[in-house]
Design a protein around this ligand. Sequence first.
Ligand code: WTA
Length: 622
Amino acid sequence: MLINPKPVIVENSYIKDYEKLYKDSIENPEAFWENIAKELNWFKPWNKVLDWQYPYARWFVGGQTNIVYNALDRWLKTDVADKTALIWVSQDGTDKKYTYKQLNDEVSRFANGLKSLGVRKGDKVTIYLPRIPEQFIAMLGCLKIGAVHSVVYSGFSAAALKNRVEDAQAKVVVCSNSYPYGKKTVESFKNVEEALKDNKTVENVIVVKRLETTNIVFPATNFKFHWWHELVAKQDIICSTEIMEATDTAFILYTSGTTGTPKGIIHAHGGYQVGIYLTLKYVFDIRPDDIFWSTADAGWITGHSYILYSPLINGITTFVYEGTPDYPDIEIWWKLIEKYKVTKFYTAPTAIRALMKFGEEAVKKHDLSSLKLLGSVGEPINPEAWLWFYKNVGREQIPIMDTWWQTETGMFMITPVPSAGLKPGSAFKPFFGVETAIVDDKGNPVPVNTQGYLIIKKPWPAMFLDVYNNPARYKETYFEKIPNVYFAGDSAKIDEDGYYWITGRNDDVIKVSGHRLGSAELESAFVSNPKVAEAAVIGKPHEVKGESIKAFVILKVGVVPSDELKAELVQTVRKSIGPIATPDEIDFVDKLPKTRSGKIMRRVLKAKELGQPVGDVSTLED
Ligand code: WTA
C-alpha cells in the first residue's frame, strides 16, 4: 500500500524532491552539513567540518558555540523574543507560558544559582525531575554555563538513580519534593535520599517544590540542600553564555545496552545542534507559527532533541503536558490539541495502540484541524496502528513521519519527509547526508526484502562522542561487530522500492512501551533478590506495549516457588530499575539453556516461547 501526500502538503513542504536532494547530500555530506551549520550562530567558525578517525568522529572542529547560544541567545534581539517558547500544561489543566525572553531570564537565574554553588564548566549535574518547566530550565541552565547535564527519567528507582549519579560523578542533583502522577503522588525526594546515601561526589541538592502538600525535612548529611525557588530568587537575570568548543560535551544520557549497567551516551554542542536543527525542520516542515508537541519525556533522548533543543533552535513553540495520556481521562490529548491548536504531534506506537483500544469516538469529538503533521518514534509501528492514527487523528489528510533513530544517533536517521509516498509500517529512507545499509554478519549487503543488520556507513553530525568512562564499550558495541561502520543493534530489510522496514533489536535490548531496557540489566535486578540463583529475561511481543518482559528464574536450593514469590520478584525488579521494568510473566525453571562457556542462550528461550524454530544450537551445552 502506498499513501501519497495531499498536494497541499507537498506544495508547502521544504523538500519537493527527496531523491535528488538525497543524492546530492550523499555525494558530499560534509559540504551538505557545512551549509546547514552556517544557518546557526557560532562564536567562532570551524577549521574542519569533519575529523573522522575511526571510530571517533569530531564535527566542526575548531568551531566555538553553545546549544543555548542558538536555542535562546540568538532570538533575544529579534521578534522571537516575545514569542511563546514553552507552553506547559499541568495535570490539573492550568497552564504556564514562557516567552523566549522569559525562559531566558529563568534559565539565567538558575545558571547563576548553579554558579553560586561553585558549579563550573565541565561539572556534572544530574537532573531527576518530572515533566515540569524546571526540568527544561535546569537543562538549559547547565549548558549555558558549560556544565554537563545527565537527565534521569523521574520514573527510575532510587537504585537506578544511584548508579547514574555515581557513574557521572555528579556534583549537583536537581530533583522535586514530590509530584502528581495520575491520582497518585510520587514521593520522589525519598528516592533521592536513598540514592545519595554514602555518596562521595554530590555537594548540593536543589529541590523544586512541585506540590505544596509534601513537606520535606532536609536531612543532615555531608552535602547541602536548597529549595529551587529560594536559590533562584537571589539571582540576577544576566548570565553570559559560556563559549564551548563544538566538540565539548553538552550532556550525558544513560541508556540500556547488552550488559547489566547502562551506558552514558555523550553528545557534543556543535554537531548535535546542527543535526537536530535540520532534521526537525525538514521532517516536520517547521514554520514560525508551529506549536510542536512531542509526548515524550526529557528523561529520554526524544525529550532532549525534540521537546527542548531543536524546537527552540528552530524558534518555535514547544508544548508539554505534565500528565499521562489517560489522565484525567482518555480524551486529554485530543482536548489539548484542540485547545492549544497544536500543529505538529509526535508520539509513540505504544500510546497509539493504547488509545486505539478506547475506540474512535473519543478522538472524533474533537476538532483537530490545527494539526498539519503527525509523527511516531520509539519502536516499529504496526500498519494497523499507523492506519488508525492516520485515519482518526490525521483525518486521512496528513501524513505520519515514522522516525527511526536512537539515543546514540541523537537525531532522526531513517525517516520520511512530508512529500514522500508512505507505506504504513515503513520508516521510509535515510535522511539527507545519512548513509545506511542492511548487511549480513560479514558486512555485505543483503538482497532486497531480506532481513539483515542495520548499519550506518559514515559519521553524521549528531553522532555521540563516546560512552562516558568506557571507551572500550563504545568500540566493542558499535564499531567492532562490523569494521569501519556504526552497528545500530537493529534488524531491518529494504524492499524493492528502497523503503526500510525496521523489525526490531538484535541485541538483547527490550523495548517496553518504547522504553529501552537490557535483558542483562533485568537479570541482574532479579538476582539481587537473595532467593534467586539465576535468571534469564526475554522480550515477548505485546499488543499494546510492543514488547513485554518474561523472566525464567532458577531459585536457590530450598526456596519454594509460589505466586507470592512471583509478586515479590516483581517488586524486586521495580525497586531496582523502576515501574517501567515491571515483568509481565515469571516462570520458575530448573535449568536454562547455556553455551558450553556458560552464557545463557536467550535466543533459544525466545524461540521456544514463541514456538519458532530454535536455529543453530551447536554451541548448546545440554
Ligand atoms: C527503536 C529512541 C522502529 C529501535 C529515539 C532503536 C524504532 C531504539 C523507531 C532506540 C522507529 C526507535 N521504528 N524502531 N521509528 N524509533 N526505534 O535509544 O530499536 O530510546 O534502536 O531512542 O528504538 O531507542 P532509544
